[in-house]
Design a protein around this ligand. Structure first.
Ligand code: ATP
Length: 245
């Protein structure tokens, strides 16, 4: 984005748009991802484009849940691959967890391009969807998963998720951690832990949280005290206050 000065009040937002547009140009992000991004922008505006206290609480709980997981997996779609590839790779390394490509629209070999993009950013272990393992309760392409990844995972980290699959994962008794700017989306409502924030701000914070020294009992206690519905209510209240100001 050469022609927008850093002093521009919407510099960060415009930079993110550029990343998504670039993602479409290099074939890792679907054109539909532009619309999803636009929906996210609107909610981010109402969150003052800042990480709010309810997101910080969710990040603490998410760090605990991911660290206590036996088989965590990081699910990657075209938007997160375009926006935060380095942070996804860092999270995978911190958790010793695989990244797994899982997308709704599979046009033009996009799955392979996302895998290559992650490898270009330093990923070592990127799983691909297979027909050998399928999620129950879902009909779209997103049901195809890897037998050693999402299929057997106890905790799935799915930023910018599609509500159908989040619901399917929960029905399969998996825990789901998501990042979603819209506290009313089906994903936000269905997930075990919802970080209502922009993935660009919260994923680095989540990586930092995971590196903090904490005992298992401390992390279990954080999880016991966490209530996702309360966090979603706080997020919604914040948005309504902002809209009424
Ligand atoms: P659902 O099926 O869960 O109800 P949806 O149909 O509203 O979701 P999708 O188009 O599947 O939404 O996915 C986009 C979701 O991702 C939206 O909820 C949007 O707010 C959120 N989103 C978009 N960009 C970002 C971002 N950068 N960080 C966090 N969330 C984002």
């Amino acid at each position: 984005m050469s022609d927008v000065p850093q002093s521009h009040p919407r510099y960060i937002s415009l930079t993110l748009r550029d990343k998504i547009v670039k993602g479409v140009e290099i074939g890792i992000t679907s054109v539909h991802g532009l619309i999803a991004h636009g929906r996210g922008e609107a909610f981010d505006y109402l969150l003052s484009e800042k990480t709010q206290p309810f997101a910080i609480s969710a990040i603490h709980a998410a760090g605990a849940m991911l660290r206590l997981a036996k088989s965590p997996v990081i699910s990657v779609n075209g938007n997160v691959a375009a926006l935060v590839p380095d942070d996804l790779v860092e999270l995978a390394n911190l958790l010793s967890a695989p990244l797994e490509v899982n997308i709704f629209h599979t046009e033009s070999g996009r799955e392979k391009k996302i895998r290559q993009h992650l490898i270009n950013h330093g990923a070592e272990h990127v799983l691909m969807p297979t027909t050998e393992a399928q999620l129950s309760y879902i009909d779209s392409n997103r049901k195809y998963v890897h037998p050693d990844g999402i299929f057997i995972a106890d905790v799935v980290f799915v930023p910018l998720e599609d509500g159908d699959r989040c619901e399917a994962l929960r029905k399969m008794e998996k825990n789901v951690v998501t990042i979603d700017l819209n506290p009313m989306s089906r994903t936000a409502q269905m997930a075990s832990i919802t970080i209502v924030d922009n993935v660009i701000r919260s994923l680095p914070l989540l990586c930092a949280e995971i590196q903090k020294l904490k005992s298992d009992s401390e992390m279990k206690s954080i999880l016991n005290q966490y209530h996702n519905q309360n966090i979603l209510s706080e997020a919604l209240k914040h948005i309504c206050r902002g809209a009424n100001d």
